[in-house]
Design a protein around this ligand. Structure first.
Ligand code: ADP
Ligand code: MG
Length: 358
């Protein structure tokens, strides 16, 4: 299994940037998700990695080999990368067995070895009983397993998956996610999984690269994205909660700085000395009748075990969890503690109550 390296990779289509200065290393055996809204460049990055297209600038490496950049270009078939698309791209007139055997046939693997390796790939994806079926006789989830088996069978250096579950219904998606996890544990393959679904990315990946407008905003473990988002985009796109502007008070409490958030002094973790915003996750909010900060309930939904409340506090929408149901329009008191503060000057213009740099 290979490490994937990207150095300052950019791609333009007719002068319009689709990727801008991508720098990242995906470690050998790592399961990485590329997460971002439609049009942010996820598919373009996969296509450049697979060799279906060339970067406008920058360099892509597979282990120590430069596969694109500096006048070098290694053809897709020579990269030994497996790809699974949203549309399964199976041969309709070949059986499941023949579809999975195809990459080995192309590589001239002898018949007996071929049979053994196909049987193994079918077993890994739970398809042993389906070898003789034609693709048309399979469900969507089964077809996607065939696509996965077909890209596993030749032991690729990396597996790229482009929204592989987007065509499946919710229940099937959850069970297929387990198939991908299991597959990754059993093969130790380097996997790059593209999705616009944050639940899928956070559930599956060791690390998630959050993308927006052709750039990687943050590349970190799911729990780091949640607890320590780098900017307003990541804080808003990943996980629940609110992003609110904040002002330095100059005070500290223990390891934390104390910020002015919605007119209250709030304890914040941070990596910057000049925070402009805080990410307030639901866990940071405690509802209590005696609390100074007042809010109005604007929505209440049952999550199973607890309620999720949307709250309007000083014109900002916050999210809190509650053990009991609240009425829309009801007034509540709340305190905020242990938020994450970051510096995001790009968003200052849109925020009312400009933060100062005391
Ligand atoms: N072949 C192409 N020709 C022109 N523009 C393209 C082409 N492929 C992608 N783009 C543009 O590049 C941007 C990124 O697209 P894409 O990588 O498909 O995004 P995503 O997969 O995140 O939805 C979009 O603005 C898209 O319109
Ligand atoms: Mg795409």
């Amino acid at each position: 299994m290979a490490e994937l390296g990207f150095s300052n990779v950019s791609k333009q289509f007719d002068g319009a940037p689709a990727l801008q200065g991508i720098d990242a290393t995906i470690r050998s055996g790592e399961f990485v998700a590329l997460l971002g809204p439609s049009g942010c460049g996820k598919t373009t990055l996969l296509r450049l990695t697979a060799g279906f297209d060339q970067p406008t600038a920058g360099e892509i490496r597979l282990d120590d080999q430069v596969v694109a950049g500096h006048g070098r270009f290694v053809a897709p078939e020579a990269r030994e990368i497996g790809i699974v698309f949203q549309s399964y791209a199976l041969w309709p007139h070949k059986s499941v067995f023949a579809n999975v055997a195809y990459p080995l046939e192309v590589r001239g693997v002898p018949r007996a070895a071929r049979r053994a390796r196909v049987a193994e790939a079918l077993a890994l994806t739970g398809l042993t009983a389906y070898g003789d079926r034609m693709p048309a006789q399979l469900s969507g989830g089964q077809r996607q397993r065939v696509a996965l088996a077909r890209c596993l069978v030749f032991e690729p250096r990396a597996v790229l998956l482009d929204e592989p579950l987007a065509n499946l219904d919710l229940a099937l998606r959850a069970s297929m996610q387990e198939v991908f996890s299991m597959f990754h544990r059993r093969t130790g393959a380097t996997m790059v999984y593209v999705t616009h679904d944050q639940g899928e990315a956070l559930a599956l990946a060791d690390r998630v690269a959050v993308m927006e407008s052709g750039k990687i905003r943050q590349f970190a473990a799911p729990e780091v994205l949640y607890r320590e988002p780098a900017d307003c985009f990541v804080a808003g796109f990943v996980g629940d909660g609110a992003v609110v502007s904040a002002r330095l008070t100059g005070k500290t409490r223990g390891e934390c700085m104390v910020l002015d958030v919605l007119g209250q002094e709030v304890r914040a973790r941070s990596r910057t000395a000049t925070p402009t915003h805080v990410s307030i996750r639901p866990e940071a909010i405690t509802l209590s009748d005696s609390a100074m900060l007042r809010a109005r309930v604007t929505n209440c939904t049952y999550l199973g075990g607890r309620f999720r409340l949307s709250l309007d506090a000083a014109g900002e929408t916050l999210v809190a969890f509650s053990s009991c149901r609240a009425a829309i329009g009801e007034g509540v008191g709340m305190s905020i503690d242990d938020v994450w503060a970051f510096h995001d000057p790009d968003h200052e213009v849109r925020v009312t109550g400009m933060p100062s740099y005391a």
